[in-house]
Design a binder for this molecule. Structure first.
Ligand code: GLP
Length: 240
């Protein structure tokens, strides 16, 4: 795992975008794995700018996202579909039919199976963007006794409901279930671009960099198994 420390969130977002941009420039028909959360917003802003300035084009690219809440409509401002539209898709020249997010109306595993078929057809991505949950989760793969290999319906950890409640009116409004790629799916990319910023990521980043064990109780620890993983952090997330 290569760790790139930046002075600020802006610098981190630029460095992560530079890597993303170089991959897309080299292969305009890239298959791009995308993530939500506040961490990649700056990266996406830089991609929008680069596309507007003609540095890159999404015309031939395809995207696929990690996760989505169960039972949330795409029009709901807290849905990950809405997030992707607002923070990237509506502002770049990507064809909407080339973008993919999981969708599950209920807790039925059939939605996960459908997404796994889509992932199999999609194949290995050229890159995958990832954020880190403050509890070390990746996508919605929560710490536990085991981790899912493939896309599944998952129950959110209390810590995640708590952390994500900042986007909802109250904690009770946060959906309790999500549909999420499993670890094998999330890692099926040639390059992983992981972004973590701010003080509330300090502990998780420290554990990730210093940790000597790989354990399902800390899903982020599996990142060290990927042969081409870049972790972009700012000084606040790096701590001492
Ligand atoms: C969410 C998402 C993750 C994301 C994480 C961190 O729960 N499922 O994919 O990486 O939280 O979010 P943030 O970047 O807002 O801290």
């Amino acid at each position: 795992m290569k760790v790139i420390v930046s002075e600020s969130y802006e610098e981190l977002s630029q460095k992560a975008a530079d890597l993303f941009i170089s991959i897309l420039q080299e292969k305009p028909q890239s298959k791009l794995g995308l993530a939500t959360g506040s961490s990649p917003i700056g990266l996406y802003k830089n991609l929008i700018k680069a596309q507007k300035e003609g540095e890159i084009s999404f015309h031939w690219a395809k995207t696929i996202n990690l996760d989505e809440y169960v039972g949330i409509s795409p029009q709901n401002e807290q849905s990950y579909q809405y997030f992707m539209n607002e923070n990237l898709f509506n502002h770049v020249n990507i064809k909407k039919e080339n973008t993919h997010l999981p969708k599950a109306d209920t807790n039925d595993e059939k939605y996960a199976e459908e997404y796994n078929k889509l992932l199999d057809d999609f194949g290995t991505r050229d890159l995958q963007v990832l954020g880190l949950g403050p509890n070390g989760h990746l996508a919605f793969n929560e710490p536990g006794e085991f981790l899912n290999k493939r896309t599944s319906i998952v129950k959110l950890a209390d810590a995640t409901i708590e952390a994500n409640s900042r986007f909802f009116e109250s904690k009770d409004d946060v959906p309790k279930y999500a549909i999420s790629m499993g670890m094998a799916d999330a890692f099926n990319a040639k390059t992983l671009i992981v972004v973590a910023s701010g003080k509330n990521k300090k502990d998780v980043v420290k554990k990730l960099i210093e940790g000597k064990e790989i354990s399902p109780s800390f899903p982020a620890s599996f990142l060290s198994l990927h042969p081409n993983c870049y972790l972009f952090v700012d000084k606040e997330a790096m701590g001492e």
